[in-house]
Ligand binder design. Structure first.
Ligand SMILES: NC(=O)c1ccc[n+]([C@@H]2O[C@H](COP(=O)([O-])OP(=O)(O)OC[C@H]3O[C@@H](n4cnc5c(N)ncnc54)[C@H](OP(=O)(O)O)[C@@H]3O)[C@@H](O)[C@H]2O)c1
Length: 311
């Protein structure tokens, strides 16, 4: 398929490009930064999707089979509600612009990158949420804008015959150790970037038009436990801890997830309908795999150094 990947330079975009190419697809990726896609194998389209008219003029004459929406402004962790404004806009108006692009270029397939936090920022207890659970409800707080934009993106995409993918928190095995909330241990659904990208390729190829899938691994984990396990695995210092009241004060949006939400989400539909099977069913698998890679790289470097010393 000829795929237009909007947000190709982003975190999920970078994992998606090689998997799409390996599956035989041709990728054209958008970015606002020249040469951001160098050496990726994707054709680069430098554009700002927010400038709807300029973007649509730019892509006139192109032909695509599919459009993937992977735009967000989440590269810097959103701490406050103001930090979410651009992402909210990319989810609602951005989807409308990308659907116009799909119509213009003949693309029949469309993927919208949604988020499990559309199920609501609260403690869902032991209940397992599935795709039929209420989504995008408005609590009557500053979260309404976040939920409205997610629902808008999903509804527009599905009405077109596209697919919405509700990713869990995207993570890598090795990575920076982030701060934690000491007095909140609610579990959240996570999914490794590699697995999220694999699910996206499968959804593109076999997802039912108008459908929605949760893309989460098998073992939810608390934000704090993931940071502690990462620190322990890679021999790093314990994460800094804050109380939940301080987190609410300093980072009110981030606190909604890390100091208030507990959620278990089913991935049964993606497994059954897409044939998706996470390579890393648990965060522990990803940590172990990355630790082996790091140890192997160290062994190679120290082996090479001792050979050089002895010659
Ligand atoms: N990260 C997560 O944990 C997570 C979890 C669940 C769902 N998601 C969803 O997955 C999708 C991708 O997330 P991500 O973490 O990969 O995001 P990211 O790393 O922030 O990447 C976002 C991409 O959007 C592009 N972009 C931002 N503003 C733009 C604009 N005005 N015009 C054109 N391009 C723009 C950026 O391109 P340039 O800067 O190169 O222009 C970048 O390629 C989003 O829809 C997000 O909601 C993410």
């Amino acid at each position: 398929m000829r795929v237009l990947l909007a947000g190709a330079s982003g975190a999920i975009g970078r994992y998606l490009i090689p998997q799409l190419i390996a599956a035989g697809h041709e990728v054209t990726g958008t970015t606002r930064k020249r040469r951001a896609l160098e050496f990726t194998g994707a054709t680069e389209l430098v554009t700002d999707v927010v400038d709807r008219q300029a973007f649509l003029e730019l892509i006139e004459g192109f032909e695509f089979d599919a459009v993937i929406h992977a735009l967000s402004s989440l590269a810097r962790t959103p701490l406050t509600f103001v930090d979410m404004r651009e992402t909210n806009r990319l989810r609602s108006e951005g989807t409308s612009t990308l659907l116009a692009a799909a119509r213009l270029t003949g693309a029949k397939k469309f993927i919208f990158s949604s988020h499990v936090y559309g199920y609501g920022f609260r403690d869902h207890g032991s209940r397992i949420l599935d795709e039929e659970s209420p989504f995008g409800q408005l609590p009557g707080t500053r979260l309404d804008a976040v939920q409205k934009s997610l629902l808008s993106g999903e509804q527009q995409a599905r009405a077109y015959g596209g697919v919405a993918l509700r990713y869990g928190m995207l993570y890598r095995g090795r990575g920076p150790i982030r701060g934690i909330v000491r007095d909140w241990d609610g579990v959240l659904p996570f999914v490794h970037f590699d697995d999220a990208a694999a699910a996206t390729v499968l959804a593109l190829e076999t997802g039912a038009p108008g459908s929605v899938y949760n893309i989460v691994d098998d073992e939810p984990v608390s934000w704090a436990e993931l940071q502690r396990a990462r620190a322990e695995t890679f021999g790093r210092a314990e994460p800094n801890g804050q109380s939940s009241w301080f987190t609410h004060l300093a980072a009110p949006f981030a606190a909604q997830l890390t100091a208030e939400t507990a959620m278990k989400v089913s991935n049964a539909r993606a497994k059954a309908d897409l044939g998706w099977k996470p390579l890393y069913p648990s965060y522990r698998d990803a940590l172990t795999a990355d630790k082996e890679l790091v140890d192997h790289a160290r062994a190679v470097v120290s082996g090479t150094a001792s050979v050089l010393r002895s010659t």
